[in-house]
Design a protein around this ligand. Structure first.
Ligand SMILES: NC(=O)c1ccc[n+]([C@@H]2O[C@H](COP(=O)([O-])OP(=O)(O)OC[C@H]3O[C@@H](n4cnc5c(N)ncnc54)[C@H](OP(=O)(O)O)[C@@H]3O)[C@@H](O)[C@H]2O)c1
Length: 279
């Protein structure tokens, strides 16, 4: 049985992904158990466990924190990934990158050949990590994903918490992207792990939308006393980190490699809320 190491084992993606990886021995150390910036502990861990596949999910994913703490962002997202590469030369590496490697000026979905041009520290830290992987390894997959949706964190947790204490919430409606429901990302990852493909590949649900539309649809699905969702502009609620205005991902390569047509984000979100697997 092959061994899969999931770095950042307590993170959102790793926690769900382990349930999708049947027929593998899974190791999913927390940050405390395996810090990707600590080369000594990486050395010991890889010697003892010699994983066949490393799925590197560990990262700082708070985009605004990264903007305010660029050295920390680069240390973990970029140098940490470089460290993982150094111990993965006898294994296959799967890395999660982001739509934030693009500047958002395109008017059509980004494919894997489009030239990245990140506008935030987070985007730069992920692009630099991609470049290091491509320089150091040959057996790798770089999965670019976008707008992760999970009830256990990120945007959905934020709006749910706000809804508990407020009757009205403001949500930006001027960015356009493709949401990725966590279960579909995991399903897509497994399909790619089982494929022969190596290189960069986009994975998201199909359909493009705004955060405002996602919030409205989520509250509709939950059938709870929903707050009034007010569409607002990012100019009125500026964040520390700039975001790409448009970051929809082209999914043709993913479909041709795996034979999977990504479901619409609304379908996958409904299944996620119902606690059902998408397959
Ligand atoms: N979330 C999104 O919208 C999104 C979109 C595109 C791509 N991605 C990428 O997908 C991957 C997984 O994202 P996610 O949503 O699962 O992120 P997450 O929930 O924030 O999980 C990341 C995990 O990495 C851990 N970590 C942080 N620093 C570490 C270190 N030095 N050593 C080891 N572990 C460390 C974190 O621990 P602590 O929480 O204790 O710090 C956390 O458990 C990331 O690479 C992310 O960049 C995410």
């Amino acid at each position: 049985m092959k061994t899969v190491l999931l770095t950042g084992g307590e993170g959102a993606v790793a926690s769900v992904l382990k349930n999708y990886l049947q027929n593998f021995k899974i190791l999913s150390p927390s940050k405390k158990e395996l810090d990707v910036t600590d080369r000594n502990s990486l050395n010991t861990y890889f010697k003892i466990n010699s994983p066949d596949i490393v799925i590197h999910t560990a990262a700082i994913t708070d985009v605004d924190y990264c903007q305010n703490n660029p050295l920390k962002a680069m240390e973990i997202n970029t140098t940490g990934t470089g460290n993982i590469c150094d111990f993965t030369s006898h294994a296959r590496l799967i890395f999660y990158s982001s739509d934030y490697v693009f500047d958002g000026k395109s008017k059509k979905p980004y494919n894997e050949k489009n030239i990245p041009n990140p506008i935030s520290v987070y985007g730069k830290s992920k692009l630099e990590a991609e470049n290091i992987i491509q320089r150091k390894l040959s057996d790798y997959l770089i999965i670019r994903t976008s707008w992760l949706l999970t009830q256990n964190g990120g945007f959905i947790k934020k709006i749910s918490e706000a809804a508990r204490v407020r009757n009205e919430i403001n949500v930006v409606g001027d960015f356009c992207g493709s949401p990725t429901v966590i279960d579909f990302l995991c399903e897509g990852t497994v399909a790619l792990v089982n494929s022969q493909y190596r290189g960069i590949v986009n994975v998201s649900n199909s359909g493009e939308t705004t955060w405002f539309e996602i919030a409205k649809y989520y509250f509709q699905l939950k059938e709870i006393k929903a707050p009034k969702v007010i569409k607002t502009s990012s100019r009125l609620y500026p964040n520390a980190a700039p975001r790409p205005e448009y970051s929809v991902l082209d999914l043709s390569l993913f479909s041709s490699v795996t034979g999977i047509k990504p479901p619409d984000w609304k379908y996958s979100l409904e299944k996620h809320v119902q606690g059902k697997k998408i397959v």
